[in-house]
Design a binder for this molecule. Structure first.
Ligand code: MC0
Length: 153
C-alpha cells in the first residue's frame, strides 16, 4: 500500500529561520511553498529525492495561529516531528482499506495538500502515537520545479 515516505512534517515557530537552517546545514532546496488556510499552516517543502510516482521531502510547518493543529502541537510539545506522510497510489482506496481495519480517519474525504496532492490523516492514537498522513501525489508533486524559494503556490 505504501510506496515511499513522502515527507516528514516538522513543526516550527519560525519558518524562515528553519528553512535557512535546513538549507545551510543539510544543503536541501526548497521546491514549493504554500499557505494552506484549511490546515492552518504556512509550509515549505525541501526535496530529498525524486521517485516514481512522487518524491520525498522534509516539510517545515509554521502555524497560522494558536488554535490550529500545529499551533496546539507546538504549545503542548514544542518544535519537532509533527507527522509522517506515506505515498499511496490511490488515497481514497487507502482510506477505505485502513478505515475498514479499525484505524480512525481524521478526514472523511481527501483534502488539498502540498503541491496539489490529495491527503488524508489517520489518528495518532491508532498508529502507535504517530500522526500519519496518506499522500496521493500529483504530477507536479512528483517533479517539482527547483528553487521555488520565494514562490508561494
Ligand atoms: C496530537 N497528538 C499527537 C499529535 N497531535 N500525537 C502525535 N503526533 C501529533 N502530531 C495526540 C495528543 O498528544 C493527544 O494525546 C491526542 O493525540 C489527541 O490530541 P488533542 O491535543 O486532544 O487533540 P487536538 O485537538 O490537538 O487534535 C489532534 C489531531 C489534530 C491529531 C486529531 O491535530 C488533527 O486532526 N490533525 C490532522 C490535520 C493536521 O495536523 N494538519 C496540519 C498539517 P493524549 O495522550 O494527550 O490524549 S497540514 C499538512 O501537513 C499539509 C499542508 C500537507 O502535508 O500537505
Amino acid at each position: 500500500m505504501f510506496m515511499r515516505i513522502d515527507h516528514v512534517g516538522i513543526a516550527c515557530h519560525d519558518l524562515e529561520e528553519k528553512i535557512a537552517f535546513f538549507e545551510q546545514t543539510f544543503e536541501l532546496t526548497v521546491v514549493a511553498r504554500e499557505v494552506n488556510i484549511e490546515q492552518g499552516v504556512k509550509e515549505a517543502m525541501l526535496r530529498i529525492a525524486d521517485g516514481e510516482g512522487g518524491g520525498s521531502y522534509i516539510q517545515l510547518l509554521e502555524p497560522l495561529g494558536p488554535d490550529t493543529p500545529v499551533g496546539k502541537f507546538l504549545a503542548k510539545r514544542g518544535e519537532g516531528v509533527h507527522h509522517v506522510a506515506f505515498g499511496v497510489p490511490d488515497v481514497v482506496q487507502a482510506m477505505d482499506k485502513i478505515g475498514g481495519r479499525g484505524v480512525r480517519l481524521l478526514d472523511e474525504r481527501p483534502r488539498h495538500g502540498s503541491m496539489d496532492s490529495s491527503i488524508a490523516f489517520l489518528h495518532p492514537k491508532d498508529v502507535g502515537g504517530m500522526l500519519t498522513e496518506l499522500v496521493q501525489a500529483s504530477e507536479r508533486h512528483a517533479k517539482p520545479t527547483p528553487n521555488a524559494r520565494n514562490a508561494d503556490t
